[in-house]
Design a protein around this ligand. Structure first.
Ligand code: NAD
Length: 364
């Protein structure tokens, strides 16, 4: 067998690959991208994607995920979907940044994490500042410190002089939006006695539980990880339920803080709450589920509006703004949410639609 025969993929494999690339371009075109970069580094096992959705408002910013994916297709779909969402988030928050996302496909066995991250840092650096990376699922502040040794295009490090963990300001933004929603929908000025069902007791879920219990809310939480759930029970005395029962819980607010696509035809029919407001990205499985929530009389606080606290904070550290001013801006998520609720009611359309209209108008 000739050398080339051994190493070239067979016809079928090529066709399959070709179809995947075709659909990538179609999806990218549909979302109006942008740039998509890939890098493979045999030495470290790095396989990474950087998706830059939009640079109109400034250099694009977005976290770097380091996760296992069922397939490469799942990885790039995740990168594109989230980069698009970051553009909307930066625009609605009036930040001088575009949206982007990086995905490192987690190798089966990471031989040397530092070397892997350094190779990724070189990848980031090669884009000349068009992409600024940050912490995300599967990466830590200490990882950002390693990246910062190779490129300045990184935020959320421990060496920036500010507290780098974005999940605290994210939780603050979600709490402010819940307050606005409770005022708008239930006419109550505070959260005393308000029953909130939180899905996910991870980074944001924990900090959100802290904020909400301090304000007198009654919490029921769930998580598939019993250890993190127990931490919330022990620290804040919250009630718990089984992960799947959270959709049927009679409460005032449902707060998805775990996964995307949790609001779909099946779950929306089960919801017995008046408000949905949580940190998870891409909560609506499909655009029209925003309208379904509206039809059911459930006030939906659009995810990319209310979970922007971490981005606002991370961008402010990168831009050397005063972190306290960033916190002021996160607090304004109350006013932004209220404005969206009022407009949606007046124009009789879904809150998600209003939020997208505002973000798109700022991207033009
Ligand atoms: P995390 O990974 O720390 O926490 C997520 C938690 O959800 C985990 O404890 C996990 O066990 C749990 N979980 C997974 N599947 C579940 C299920 N079916 N039912 C119940 N719990 C389940 O993540 P995080 O940083 O807390 O972020 C939470 C969500 O908010 C994610 O969707 C993330 O993308 C989004 N978000 C986070 C930030 C941030 O600053 N951390 C910013 C914007 C958006």
């Amino acid at each position: 067998m000739a050398y080339s025969d051994q190493h070239l993929p067979d016809q079928q494999a090529f066709r399959t690959h070709h179809t995947a690339l075709d659909s990538l371009f179609r999806y990218a075109d549909f979302l109006n991208f942008g740039e998509i970069h890939i890098k493979c580094d045999h030495k470290t096992g790095l396989k990474a994607i950087i998706a830059i959705h939009n640079l109109k408002r400034g250099p694009a910013i977005g976290g770097c995920r380091l996760l296992s994916y069922p397939s490469t297709d799942d990885a790039w779909v995740d990168a594109l979907r989230l980069a698009y969402m970051m553009s909307l988030k930066a625009a609605i928050s009036n930040l001088p940044h575009g949206g982007a996302k990086a995905v490192i496909i987690k190798p089966y066995h990471i031989k040397n994490r530092t070397a892997l991250l350094e190779a990724f840092a070189e990848f980031v650096h090669s884009l000349d500042g068009r992409y600024i990376t940050a912490v995300d699922s599967g990466t830590f502040l200490s990882d950002m410190d390693i990246i910062a040794k190779k490129t300045p295009y990184v935020t959320c490090t421990t060496i920036s002089g500010a507290e780098g963990d974005p999940s605290l300001p994210t939780a603050l933004g979600v709490r402010r939006s819940i307050e606005a929603a409770v005022k708008f929908k239930l006419g109550q000025d505070n959260l005393t006695g308000i029953h909130i069902a939180i899905q996910g007791a991870g980074h944001v879920g924990f900090h959100l539980a802290k904020e909400l219990t301090q304000l007198g809310a009654h919490l029921t939480m769930c998580d598939i990880d019993e250890i993190v759930l127990k931490r919330c029970v022990d620290t804040f005395g919250v009630d718990t339920c089984a992960p799947d029962d959270i959709y049927d819980l009679k409460a005032d607010v449902f707060s998805p803080c775990a996964l995307g696509s949790v609001l779909n035809h099946k779950t929306i029919q089960r919801l017995q709450v008046k408000i949905v407001a949580g940190s998870a990205n891409s909560q609506l499985a499909h655009h029209h589920h925003g309208f379904l929530l509206q039809e059911k009389g459930i006030l939906y606080a659009p995810d990319f509006v209310i979970n922007a606290g971490g981005l606002i904070y991370a961008a402010s550290i990168y831009d050397h703004f005063d972190p306290l001013k960033a916190i002021d801006q996160v607090n304004q998520i109350y006013e932004t949410s209220m404005m969206i609720f009022e407009r949606a009611e007046k124009e009789k359309i879904a809150t998600s639609e209003i939020a997208e209209q505002i973000a798109f108008s700022r991207l033009r």
